[in-house]
Every structure is written in C-alpha cells, then in structure tokens.
Design a protein around this ligand. Structure first.
Ligand SMILES: *Cc1c(COP(=O)(O)O)cnc(C)c1O
Length: 387
C-alpha cells in the first residue's frame, strides 16, 4: 500500500474544530463596534431564529450544561429527586443533575445505538424519579419515542440532552420540535457554535419563562428589558437563579452559524457515510450503522475489535497526524461522581473499552478520511501481528 511506512507529521487532522468564516468575524465586530456586549438585541434575534427553526419556544443560555441544569430546575427537580441518565455520556449531565441538587441514577444503553435503553430505564424508575435525561449520543436520538411513551405513562418529565443532535431527526421529526424539553449546546465543536452557548427548547411556555428568569439571577422580566437595552434596578419577586445568560457576542456568532447549518449538516452526513464506506472492509473495526438521512453526526465513533490495544493505537494514529477521542468514560465507574455501591451496567461496560472516536468536522476532506482509514488498518494489523 502506498501509505506503508510513512509517518506523516505534516498532517494535523483534528478530532473536531469550529468552522468560522468572514460572516461570524464581521458579526462580532459589529457587536464590538456598538459597544453593547452583554445580553441584548442579538440574543433576542438568535432566539427568534431558533424559534423559527424548532417551531417552539427557546431560551438561550451560557452553555449546554447550564441549559440542562436550568431545565431540570424549571421542572421543579431539586434535592432528593432522582434523574435517570445513561452512564455513557459527557460528565456535564451528571454535574447538571447534581447542581440542581438531584441524584443521578445511571442507566444502561442499547448496543446498536449506544443510547438509553428503554428496557433498563423502566427498571431504574422509582417513586423519587422526577425526570429522565436521554442523551442523543453522536446525534442519534435512538429510542426517543419509546422513552417519551414511558415518561408519559408515569407522568415524569423528559429533559433531552440533545447537545450532539442539533438538526437531527427522529422518524422524520426534528429533535427539539416534539417531546417535552430539549437542551442543546453551542460550544466550539458542536454542530453549530456560538463560541460557548446553549439553549432550552420546549412548548411549555411557563418552563421557558422560568429558565429566562433564572438565567438572569432570578430577576423577573429582565430578559425583556435587556432586549430593549434596559435593565432592572429595583428587585422584587426574585427567585433563585444564576448568571446563565448568553452575550450579544455569542449570539452574533450563533446567528451566522445557524444560517450555515444546512451546509454543515450536509458535509457531516457525507463525511460519516464516506467513513462507513472506507472502513467497511477493515476487519479491525466495527461500524455503528446509523441512518444519515435523519441523523446529523456530531462525532464519528467506531468499535475496535482489539480493545486492549486502544491506547497504543491512539498513540500511533497521533504520530500519523490523527487526533482521536474516547466518548465517554462511563460515569458510574468514576468514583467521585458515583460513589459506591455501584450496580453493574453490562452493555455500557462491555462496549466502552472498544469505543474510538475518529476526526469529524466540516473542514475534514475525503482524502483525510482515506488517510485515517489507511493508518487505522495498517496500525491495527501490525499490532495484531506483534501480539
Ligand atoms: C457538549 C455537551 C454538553 C454540554 O454542553 P456545554 O455547552 O459544553 O456545557 C452536554 N452533554 C453532552 C453529551 C455534550 O456533548
């Protein structure tokens, strides 16, 4: 093979990255020139644009983790309440649940999608379960409809962690446009970014109002005033809240990114499909088959057949200029997050060692993917040969 023996340090294929153009730069300069940097008209404009996208109410906040926390608190989740969440997720979910004072209850996943298992969820629900937090791993909403059905029957709120799933569809319906509450992240590497940032989407108008109040230190109606360039000076009826609002600088980036979303989505889908094709005859990796007609992939994850070699393989790929990741260390195995006793989650535990995330972002090229595919094959084969 032509790639054999070449260690190409000139390549630097990033695992993920922001894709920023002149439009975002101009928009930020516009905000800087007006010298109104905090929360104001750009945030209002971004919220209106997102409402047009989801056909639901939207509250923008400072990041996706705060979106999850304020959504939970907005549903009345607090001390002593339980929230069921898959263990295989970003630690942000667990921090958001505990920040709300609640107890995360770990749940297993389905092996085909790596998303919350409805069957295991049913086992984890108790009298204290106040909310369920499904995570749309890699952009896949998985069995969301089944989870919504279980929640409806038990009258439990659903706060979707849709951080990976901006623009994804579930049986043809846009994630965030149906269901109870969906939370998105606009951090630097997500499907669209506002620098940092996030939002809560729901058709529960009272919930959205509560989030809008709590993001501004619990001061009622301050969001409305700030959109007009005013603010509240004399406080009454203040509730518990935090500094969780979005700034005009962030929103200005977000507005431009949302305009580019269809383009980004098309590229992400094409690149993930191309990975599937390139890796299809690599015996050392198993592809997670996903329907990219519906799913906008945020990350591209494969399962390697020799998990014991994962760290060495990652190092060797790094030497070929390829960054990789591991999404995610299961939270129930992190002692400081889930103190013992911990019950086993068999699928999560058996899947985790084999997970490997390959580079995916809209600036990646097909030639990059061919290089990743070739290096993955070469290094995997060599390691098996040596052992
Ligand atoms: C990014 C992310 C979050 C949190 O979003 P931030 O904006 O980074 O706070 C939550 N959950 C998952 C699965 C994520 O990937």
């Amino acid at each position: 093979m032509s790639f054999q023996g070449i260690s190409d340090m000139t390549r630097n294929i990033r695992l993920s990255k922001s894709v920023i153009g002149e439009e975002e730069k101009r928009a930020v300069l516009g905000v800087l020139d007006r010298e109104m940097l905090g929360m104001g008209s750009e945030v209002e404009e971004f919220e209106i644009a997102l409402q047009g996208f989801f056909h639901r109410s939207v509250a923008c906040v400072t990041n996706g983790t705060v979106a999850l926390q304020l959504a939970l608190e907005g549903c009345g989740v607090g001390p002593g309440d339980e929230v069921v969440v898959p263990s295989l997720t970003y630690i942000a979910c667990f921090q958001a649940i505990t920040a709300a004072g609640a107890i995360p209850v770990c749940c297993d996943i389905d092996e085909s999608t790596l998303t919350m298992s409805p069957k295991d969820l049913s086992k984890r629900i108790t009298k204290r379960t106040k909310a369920i937090m499904p995570v749309h791993y890699a952009g896949d909403p998985g069995n969301l409809q089944q989870i919504l059905d279980i929640a409806a029957e038990k009258k439990i709120r659903i706060v979707e962690d849709a951080a990976h799933a901006f623009g994804s569809k579930c049986q043809g319906r846009l994630v965030g446009s149906f269901g109870d509450i969906a939370c998105f992240s606009f951090d630097g590497i997500k499907n669209i970014t506002s620098g940092e940032g996030g939002c809560v989407v729901s058709n529960d108008l009272d919930l959205i109002e509560r989030v809008k109040t709590s993001r501004l230190l619990g001061i009622p109606n301050d969001s409305l005033k700030r959109a007009k360039g005013e603010r509240t000076w004399l406080f009454c009826n203040v509730t518990r809240g935090c500094r969780g609002h979005m700034s005009n600088i962030m929103a200005a980036i977000g507005i431009e990114q949302l305009r580019k979303f269809e383009k980004f989505a098309k590229i992400r889908k094409e690149l993930a499909s191309y990975y599937d094709e390139v890796l299809s005859n690599n015996a050392y990796v198993r592809i997670l088959r996903r329907n990219y007609a519906d799913i906008v992939p945020h990350i591209y994850v494969v399962r390697i057949t020799n998990p014991e070699n994962r760290e060495t393989l990652r190092q060797q790929l790094r030497m070929s200029g390829i960054q990789t990741g591991v999404h995610y260390q299961p939270n129930h195995l992190i002692r400081s997050i889930c103190p013992p006793p911990v019950y086993p989650l068999p699928i999560t535990e058996s899947v985790f060692p084999s997970l490997l995330t390959l580079p995916l972002h809209p600036d990646l090229t097909k030639s990059d993917i061919e290089w990743v595919g070739a290096m993955l094959l070469k290094n995997s084969a060599e390691m098996v040969g040596q052992s």
